[in-house]
Each structure stands twice: as C-alpha cells, then as structure tokens.
Design a protein around this ligand. Structure first.
Ligand SMILES: Nc1nc2c(ncn2[C@@H]2O[C@H](COP(=O)(O)OP(=O)(O)O)[C@@H](O)[C@H]2O)c(=O)[nH]1
Ligand SMILES: [Mg+2]
Length: 369
C-alpha cells in the first residue's frame, strides 16, 4: 500500500465514513457549520430589565463602546434591533422592544417580532412580572425554546445581605411563577460580571439543547468567563481538525506537484483566525480583559511573533503567497511541503500544531489575568 493511499484511508477513518467522497462531503458540512451557520438569539423582556446591557456584555462591549447597544434609555423603537457579534458575524443578538409597553398587546408583540426567525429566546427579568409569563407561554406555544434569566442579581445580593439566601429566594420565586410551563430552569445573572453567577450554566444548557450544527456558533461567540470555558472552545476546534484538513483540499486523490497552495490556505487560515478570536487573543479582547481584572501589564504581554502576523492579516485581504509565508513561519513542516501537495496527515499536523500554539497562548493570558 502506498503512503498516499494509507493517508487517504486515515482521513476517511477520521471522518467516520467509508468512502472518500462521503468523507469530503461530511468535512465540507462540518466546516460550513464551523464558519457559516447562523445563530439568531432574541433577547426580550420588559423595559429596563437589562436586555441591552446583557447584549453588550455577551459581545464583550461596554456602554459607550463603538457598536454597543444603548443602555439605561427608555426604548423608543418598536422594531427588533440586530447586534452582530464583533468577531463571529454569523451570531446575531436581537434586542427586542420591551414587552408590556403600551404599544403592544401580547398578541401583536408576537406577530410584530417575527418569532419564527430566532433560534431561541432569552427572557430577561429583574422582578417576575405577569408579562414574563405571557411571553414565555407565547414562545412555548410557537414551539420555540426560551431561557429565563433573572438579571441584576449583583445588586440584589449587594443590598439584601446573605448571598446564598437571597439567590435561593430569587430562584424559588421565579420557578414558582413559571411552574405551569413545565418547570423551566432559571438562570441568575449579572451583566456587570458574567463570570460571577450563572452565565456559564446558561451556556452549558444552551450547548446541550441546541441542534448539533448550531453549537459551533454559540461556543465561538461566548465570552471566556473561565478556564473551563476556554477549554471547551479549544476542544471544539480540536474536534473539527479532521474536517478542516480534508476540506482544505490536502487530500487530492492524485497529487499534482506544484498545485496552487492557495486553495488550501484559505480554510487553514480561516480556521486559525476563528481560533484566535474565539480564544480572546485579539488586542481588543486582551485590552478588555486587562481592564476587567485591573492588570494593565496584560496588554504588554509579548505575543508569539506569528500571532501578531495573524492579527494583522485578514484572511480575505491577504494574498495567497502571504498566507503561505505565514503558515511557513508558524509551522516548519509546511516549509518543506509548500511546493508539493500537502497530504492529509501533514495538513492535520499543521492544524494541530497551530491550534496548540494558539491554545497555549490563550491559557497563558488567562493564567496571567
Ligand atoms: N447592577 C446591575 N445593573 C444592571 C444590570 N443589567 C442592567 N443594569 C442596569 O439597568 C438599567 C437598564 O438596563 P438596560 O440594559 O438599558 O435595560 P433594557 O431596557 O432592558 O435594555 C441600566 O441602568 C443598566 O446599567 C446588571 O446585571 N446589574
Ligand atoms: Mg434597551
């Protein structure tokens, strides 16, 4: 058996399929899920409960940042406002007008908001109200999922004493009011600090309940609120390596010497770019992190040299040869292979090495923070 055919066999095995054709198709789908599948999240609830603040926090933005939703204002729009995630554009959070404002009855609200276009709903409430129940019921009736968020728990805890007692009292109250809808879970959250209360529980629940192909968008876009969250992201990308290696075309059935390297690099570079942002390695994320933990020195952490290049190059803007150079600088093995067709195993090694570099860098940043 030639080394090439054993390489192809390996690729097919990793895809869990039995033919190269099917392996390629599956890889292409997987990559499409990783890069393109959209996630539309409706954020709803009464006016003033913290919808806009939550949307900003999720997107790693603060009040006043460019592209941030306005907060603390009386809502004047009657239309849902879309907020694209700054680094995962296929994820959109929709800021819905407050339900219960005089402009809407529950019925017209549902119609006007086009409930069918969202993947799921987050109902944000800072004190349980009848409208929260109506809304939850209306969503359920349309066979959509909702997740109930009790917001501003930081201020409840701050003002009312013993944290454990307060939190269980708040939870009980919400659960009691929602009981009729099949005991949905309630998540206690502070948008002032998503890492403090139950935001991660919310993410875990979403991640277990979303359809498989939607999970990639969610996990890429969630803010890194803990080491565990970062590790989840890393492992998601790790699991997609076989697909990126196959889809990048490194598995030509008949190798053509000198075949343009360009078609391969777009997928490989996109893969690394997605990791880079999902792991919070871009300057903006690091700056925010350093402010949050109050450690200005984080900003001057020396990045591995190739990371800087990655930061400065946009995959789409960058020419193929520059991309090739970047990859050569990153992983020596490519240097030897660039002239010829990359094999599946080589591409996979390249992706694995690159992912390890990025993951270690992100772990290091988080440790310093
Ligand atoms: N302490 C605290 N205040 C919050 C939180 N979320 C929102 N707020 C404040 O509540 C007010 C209304 O928030 P906003 O996001 O504009 O509510 P919206 O009308 O639902 O979009 C603002 O003054 C926010 O700063 C939170 O988690 N904790
Ligand atoms: Mg608002």
């Amino acid at each position: 058996m030639s080394s090439q055919s054993s390489d192809i066999k390996r690729a097919i095995r990793m895809s869990g399929e039995f033919t190269l054709k099917r392996a390629k198709k599956k890889a292409q789908e997987q990559i499409d899920h990783l890069f393109n599948v959209s996630l539309h999240v409706a954020v709803t609830g009464e006016t003033g409960t913290g919808k806009s603040t939550f949307i900003n926090a999720y997107r790693g933005l603060r009040h006043g940042d460019e592209g941030a939703a306005e907060t603390g204002v009386t809502e004047t729009t009657t239309e849902p406002t879309p907020y694209e995630h700054p680094t995962v554009p296929n994820v959109v959070l929709w800021d819905l007008p407050g339900v219960g404002s005089i402009k809407f009855t529950a019925k017209t609200y549902v119609k006007k908001m086009q409930f069918e276009k969202y993947d799921f709903f987050l109902i944000i409430s800072d004190r349980f109200k009848e409208n929260d129940f109506m809304l939850a019921k209306a969503i359920q009736k349309r066979k959509k999922k909702f997740y109930f968020i009790r917001s501003k728990v930081d201020s409840a805890v701050q003002h009312e004493g013993d944290e454990g007692t307060i939190l269980s009292k708040i939870r009980k109250d919400c659960q009691e009011n929602l009981k009729e809808l099949g005991n949905p879970p309630v998540f206690l959250i502070s948008s002032k600090d998503l890492s403090a209360f139950e935001f991660e529980e919310l993410v875990s629940t979403l991640n277990s309940e979303l359809p498989e192909h939607k999970k990639y968008a969610l996990l890429q876009s969630v803010p890194i609120t803990s080491v565990a969250m970062l590790e989840k992201k890393i492992s998601m990308f790790k699991k997609a390596i076989w697909a990126a290696a196959i889809a990048s075309g490194g598995i030509a059935a008949v190798p053509v010497p000198g075949l343009s390297f360009a078609c391969d690099t777009v997928i490989v570079m996109s893969f690394f770019t997605r990791c880079y942002y999902a792991f919070g390695l871009d300057d903006r994320s690091i700056e925010k992190l350093s402010e949050r933990v109050n450690k200005p020195e984080l900003k001057s952490l020396k990045k591995a040299p190739h990371l800087k290049e990655l930061a400065e190059s946009s995959v789409l803007r960058m020419g193929a040869s520059a991309a090739g150079e970047f990859l050569c600088s990153m992983v020596p093995v490519v240097g030897n292979a660039a002239a010829a067709t990359m094999s599946f195993s080589m591409t996979r090694d390249l992706l694995e090495n690159g992912l390890t570099v990025l993951a270690d860098e992100a772990r290091m940043v988080l440790k310093e923070a």
